[in-house]
Design a protein around this ligand. Structure first.
Ligand SMILES: [Zn+2]
Length: 54
């Protein structure tokens, strides 16, 4: 997935672009993009809207 996804980094306390993005299913019907902060490398999650299901 080459799409750029932004998430909120807890560590940087700001919005960051995520790298190594992977789509995971958190629970049935709820997908999230899982990635890493490009700056500090800590894990980030972003819940994806249902209409954006991959
Ligand atoms: Zn960060």
């Amino acid at each position: 997935m080459d799409e750029k996804i932004e998430g909120h980094c807890m560590k940087c306390k700001t919005k960051r672009e995520m790298k190594d993005v992977e789509v995971v299913e958190m629970r049935p019907g709820t997908k999230a993009a899982k990635g890493k902060c490009t700056v500090c490398g800590c894990g980030m999650y972003k819940i994806l809207p249902k209409n954006k299901a991959v």
